[in-house]
Design a protein around this ligand. Structure first.
Ligand code: ATP
Length: 253
């Protein structure tokens, strides 16, 4: 596989398949810390289709990040069931779950999480090298990914030599370099001004349309959520609304 070398769909976001990819049933998460018990998720039911871009919104502390983390297997759930392509991630061993994540998922966080001493291209190819890919192949895939996010000319720059928007585009390239089936993004535009944020969303919407990946993103920004196919609202550990977004979502809207 090579990212960026596959056929584009006819229109941005025109690639949702009528098939559930992520299925959460009765998901609960309880944190216990220092004698305190916080019920962060109180029985969430949710289905996400292949190729869908879903935004999760809601007030601070309502459980958005927790939901992302238990759906992706970054964190363990306390009760309920999460299935991805029919496989229950709660039933996997730690080793299997880590591999499942490395092979099938990409992550984008607000705080870029780039390694400062590595160049853009080295940051992107690192997960491939860790996964045991040959250096030549890792470099080729990383260059493709960098091209896909429009940063081919920045390959040798270190994070500190790039703008926030450019750094976030590097993390987008890194999250996509292994052609994951699902990309999880926690506040991907949270640290960016509105213009740069729009540029990142143009990129994610385009990739979602072209690459047919499923995107689940947490955001506080209604303009960001409007670019998704669907918006889920949370409150106090529950989903309180789950609606398709009506308006067009292509670039430049
Ligand atoms: N590791 C943890 N230990 C204990 N409590 C936690 C932990 N992580 C989150 N919580 C609590 O769980 C609840 C949900 O937190 P979460 O981070 O999922 O909310 P959020 O909606 O993503 O918030 P924000 O928008 O501020 O990022 C909050 O009450 C939070 O304090």
């Amino acid at each position: 596989m090579l990212v960026g070398k596959r056929a584009s769909s006819e229109e941005p976001g025109g690639s949702v398949v009528d098939e559930l990819m992520i299925e959460a049933t009765g998901v609960q998460k309880v944190y216990e810390a220092g004698g305190l018990r916080v019920r962060a998720l109180r029985g969430v039911d949710l289905g996400i289709r292949r190729g869908e871009m879903v935004a999760i919104m809601g007030p601070s502390g309502c459980g958005k990040t927790t939901l992302l983390n238990v759906l992706s297997g970054l964190d363990e759930l306390s009760d309920g069931d999460v299935r991805i392509d029919g496989e229950a991630i709660g039933g996997m061993s730690d080793k299997r779950r880590t591999r499942f994540r490395a092979e099938r998922m990409g992550f984008i966080f607000q705080s870029y999480n780039l390694i400062p001493v590595l160049s853009a291209i080295e940051n992107i190819e690192l997960p491939l090298l860790v996964a045991g890919k040959k250096p030549k192949k890792a470099r080729r895939w990383a260059l493709d990914a960098l091209e896909m996010v429009g940063l081919s000319d920045q390959a040798d720059k270190r994070p500190a030599e790039m703008s926030g928007g450019q750094q976030q585009r590097v993390t987008v390239a890194r999250s996509l370099v292994n052609n994951p089936a699902i990309v999880w993004a926690d506040e991907p535009t949270g640290a960016l001004d509105s213009e740069t944020s729009k540029g990142i969303m143009d990129l994610l919407v385009r990739l979602n349309g072209e690459q047919r990946q499923t995107f689940v993103l947490v955001t506080h920004d209604a303009a960001v959520a409007a670019r998704a196919h669907r918006t889920i609202l949370m409150r106090d550990g529950n989903i309180t609304s789950d609606e398709q977004n009506g308006s067009p979502r292509g670039e430049g809207e």
